[in-house]
Ligand binder design. Sequence first.
Ligand SMILES: Cc1cc2nc3c(=O)[nH]c(=O)nc-3n(C[C@H](O)[C@H](O)[C@H](O)COP(=O)(O)O)c2cc1C
Length: 167
Amino acid sequence: MDALEAIGKRRSVREYSGKPIPKKDLEIIVDAGRLAPTGHNHQPWDFVVITNQPTIQRLSKAADWSTEAGAIIAVVMDPVREYWVEDGAAAIENMMLAATAMGYGTCWVQGNAKPHEAEFKLLLNVPEHLNILALVPVGVPVDWPVAKDKKTLEEVLHWETFSITNH
Ligand SMILES: Cc1cc2nc3c(=O)[nH]c(=O)nc-3n(C[C@H](O)[C@H](O)[C@H](O)COP(=O)(O)O)c2cc1C
């Protein structure tokens, strides 16, 4: 599947079959995150891949539909770096697109703005000074959700200036 196809196919998938995911596939997905662009090339991240069931169950507090994920990837960022949110977001989207291209479902689950972050950091041995920007469940989808309503290209695309005549 090429990049445009994966971009068009990606959905937030929130229902997984519970099938395990081969370690090699998870490595390919995280590698796609590793290759994302970062401000000043700081790469202020680590990726914790959780495949053990008891930990997945505990992380599912953040998203109760994620209990049947084959893995959850915690995206751990160093907030000392100026662009840590943008950097992490680029990695997350890269991973979601790679997973989509491989036939897996994913969903972006917010991490550091949610009340469970401190508990999850303890659970995953994440150092105090780092943030969990997101949890990304990865799983074999039960079915592929229909596309969410998106703004049309005409609504959001402006040529040359931010002209209201577009709307
Ligand atoms: C920054 C961010 C945080 C999100 N956090 C959550 C979340 O905590 N739980 C959840 O179920 N979905 C979460 N989502 C997924 C969005 O709900 C989803 O992307 C949106 O509804 C559009 O659907 P689509 O991904 O299928 O296009 C998040 C998405 C983003 C970009």
